[in-house]
Ligand binder design. Structure first.
Ligand code: ARG
Ligand code: GLU
Length: 714
């Protein structure tokens, strides 16, 4: 009976199409969105979300690190984000003796919270449109370099003005490819401590197998605390620092949402490309994604074996593996989604309409008449170069640990004549070196690097390759002298690497050029820098200019209509409903999952599906405290039709009253093309049900004292 009811409900919702495409600018909600949001059920106002002079929701949302979102859930600076956002911190504190990845970590009291050098959170103080100020004094007739200089000077002036006596960080970022500019003012906190994290068997349950997939049973959360100086202002780490008292934190709602209820996500989406021309989409589908995916398939295969064979390597490469596999899987979903939507043809149709509009008016034709043709030409030239660019980045620059390290040493060589730059880079490198060495396994790297170079050589036109790689007898790639090269290289020996960094001068670099790995990297990179990069950069710039003009035209064509600006890692609001979806004909995915489903999925033989004993006991005794849903089930995750992207991980998912009901952590695989083309029927964000986090903290970890500082609304 219940099933029939859900089905009827679902078909109703499917037809009415609740999903709203777009990641909206908080200061423009009043103009473009709030009415629609309220119609969909939102009970608050635009000012409740963003207000400069009073506490508003924006004061409880932070950019966590450099690419995630987090939100405050107590007056004492307690912050929740995803387990995968805190993963590298949890991993850095872990060793075979203290395996916080496997066992979880819970600070018993504030003095036990763990410091994380380098980790920051940023609060948005305010944002303002500054298009006029940024473009002041710049004319169409100006030479490009002159205009660029003026633009840089204008931006510097704006930064100075906004930074003020508080020395806030100011970012000025383009929207619509530079047809608009906004200034963003941030307060940065630098003492952020780890408070708690569940074991990976909860925080990463399903692992990379279930990543990007709905239905999902991952308890993807971790807790941190923001610390400040005694004046409640940002301060570098000091034992004297005290918990930060935010202007606002989110109350938590224990009732959850029903299907069809309003939800919004408030966070820092990173990048979308909703205005690409058809040729760009084609390049993505046919060349970029497949090449990158293939390179990663090989790399992941090697890492998987190595990690399975050695528990030390498993810990060393856990974070790297997760990172590599994440984009690898997403690119595949994106390609599928774009093909299914016939994205290329759709874009072509839009372009035909655009063309018609341009032709209607002589003036328009003069301004915009060449856009589509330019795209066509530039992308025709870019196609081959793009393969070289993608593969160089995937297989050489970031393809192996050792080349990653060497690339940074090579940057130092380039900075030899600029002592300030040199010293800053050397300091940064020295600081990150212990982490690098702790997570480096030479035997693994020796398998990865030649495999990566092999695919580089196989896929590139020989004209893009340096002589020593084309050489048919290349023993390095074949593996016959790889071991020797590593043995001879100083980059496989931690003592020698440390010595090198302490003793870097022009002389040392001369010697380095005889190092087999350094020499190999330099040869490939030099060739790349000469023969690939300049053309790539030139074409990319031309394409960007065309995109800017294209967007100017679209803004003119759609004048007065609401248009979404692509995500740019700034605070945005997106809204929709909690709702399931139809991934394929005849199948409907319910909008939430439960602990029962996790227990059913358990498989002690597969590491991704191991369920901790204690959790099983809690399930068996149905000991869910006050965290169960109204049917008595323990909910784990839910999906909703909010348009989100990478960077939205950790974002608060809020109900109609602005209470926290979930923490965003993923998108469904069938909808990952939403970075390029949104499909209201299939694009869903995936959130952890906040009740599951509370249940784990309280019942599983016995850290219920943390709940006392939260505001729980029943
Ligand atoms: N897909 C999510 C995101 O893009 C989660 C990634 C982390 N989880 C994982 N199993 N690798 O960040
Ligand atoms: N997991 C992603 C993140 O780290 C969110 C998923 C997405 O790309 O939407 O931001």
């Amino acid at each position: 009976m219940r099933k029939i009811f859900i089905f009827l409900l679902c078909s109703l919702f499917l037809k009415s199409g609740f999903a709203v495409e777009g990641m909206w600018i908080p200061t423009l909600l009043k103009k473009y969105n709030i009415e629609e949001m309220q119609k969909m059920g939102f009970k608050l106002t635009a000012e409740d979300i963003y207000e400069v002079n009073h506490a508003s929701m924006k004061d409880a949302v932070v950019l966590f690190g450099s690419g995630c979102t987090g939100e405050l859930i107590s007056g004492d600076g307690l912050l929740i984000t995803n387990h995968h956002c805190g993963f590298s911190q949890i991993q850095k504190h872990s060793s075979l003796e203290h395996d916080y990845l496997s066992d979880g970590f819970w600070a018993g009291k504030r003095a036990e919270e763990l410091i994380n050098p380098g980790l920051t959170v940023q609060f948005l103080v305010k944002m303002e449109e500054v298009t006029k100020e940024v473009t002041k004094g710049i004319t169409e007739e100006m030479k490009e370099e002159v205009a660029k200089k003026q633009l840089t000077a204008n931006i510097e002036a704006i930064k100075k003005q906004f930074s003020g006596k508080d020395k806030f960080l100011v970012d000025v970022k383009p929207l619509f490819y530079g047809n608009q500019y906004f200034a963003y003012v941030y307060e940065i906190f630098k003492d952020i401590r780890l408070v708690g994290a569940p074991p990976v068997s909860i925080g990463k349950f399903g692992g990379d197998t279930d990543n990007w997939v709905w239905p999902r049973h991952t308890g993807d959360f971790s807790l941190f605390r923001v610390y400040a100086g005694k004046d409640n202002k940002p301060a570098s780490y000091s034992p004297e620092n005290v918990p930060y008292h935010p202007k606002k934190f989110f109350p938590i709602n224990l009732k959850g949402n029903k299907e069809g209820d309003f939800t919004m996500v408030f966070g820092f989406p990173g990048t979308t490309q909703e205005y690409l021309p058809s040729q760009a989409v084609q390049l993505l589908i046919e060349k970029s994604n497949p090449n990158k995916v293939d390179a990663r398939t090989i790399r992941l295969g090697i890492l998987e074996k190595q990690m399975a064979n050695d528990p030390k390597v498993r810990i060393q490469y856990a974070s790297k593996y997760a990172g590599i596999s994440n984009a690898w899987k997403k690119w595949q979903g994106e390609t599928n989604g774009l093909l299914r939507l016939h994205a290329i043809e759709r874009k072509q149709k839009e372009e035909a309409e655009f063309s018609k509009w341009v032709m209607q008016d002589a003036n328009r034709e003069k301004k915009y008449g060449s856009i589509l043709n330019n795209f066509k030409q530039y992308y025709a030239s870019l196609s081959e170069i793009q393969i070289a660019y993608d593969l160089y980045n995937e297989t050489v620059l970031r393809g192996s640990d050792v080349f990653g390290l060497i690339s940074r040493v090579e940057q130092l060589e380039k900075a030899l004549n600029d002592s300030a730059k040199f010293n800053a880079q050397r300091k940064a490198l020295s600081e990150s070196l212990p982490g690098y060495l702790k997570d480096y396994d030479c035997a693994t790297d020796q398998l990865v690097l030649p495999a990566m170079l092999k695919i580089y050589v196989e896929r590139l036109d020989p004209k893009y390759l340096p002589q020593n790689l084309i050489d048919k007898k290349n023993d390095f790639i074949k593996g016959s002298n790889t071991g020797k090269a590593y043995q001879k290289s100083i980059f496989s020996d931690s003592t020698q690497i440390k010595l090198l960094l302490n003793n870097l001068q022009a002389k040392t670099f001369k010697k380095l050029h005889k190092d087999p790995l350094y020499a190999l990297y330099s040869a490939i990179t030099e060739h790349y820098n000469k023969n690939i990069e300049p053309t790539y950069l030139k074409l990319s710039q031309e394409i960007l200019k065309t995109q800017k003009n294209y967007l100017a035209a679209i803004l003119e064509m759609k004048h007065g209509e609401r248009l979404m600006a692509d995500a740019n890692l700034t605070l945005r609001v997106t809204y929709g409903k909690t709702e399931g979806f139809e991934p394929m004909d005849g199948v409907y995915y319910q909008y939430y999952t439960t602990l029962k489903g996790m227990i059913t999925k358990e498989d002690p033989k597969i590491s991704d599906y191991v369920v901790p004993e204690k959790l099983k006991q809690l399930y068996q005794s149905q000991d869910f405290g006050s965290y169960a849903n109204s049917s008595g089930e323990m909910p784990i995750a839910f999906c909703a039709s909010n348009h989100t992207t990478g960077g939205n991980s950790g974002s608060p998912v809020l109900n109609a009253n602005g209470e926290l009901i979930g923490v965003n952590f993923d998108r469904c695989w069938e909808g990952t093309m939403s970075d390029v083309l949104f499909d209201p029927e299939r694009c869903r964000n995936i959130a952890l049900d906040i009740r599951y986090a509370l249940f784990i903290i309280d019942k599983f970890a016995g850290a219920g004292y943390l709940l006392k500082e939260m505001q729980l609304n029943r």
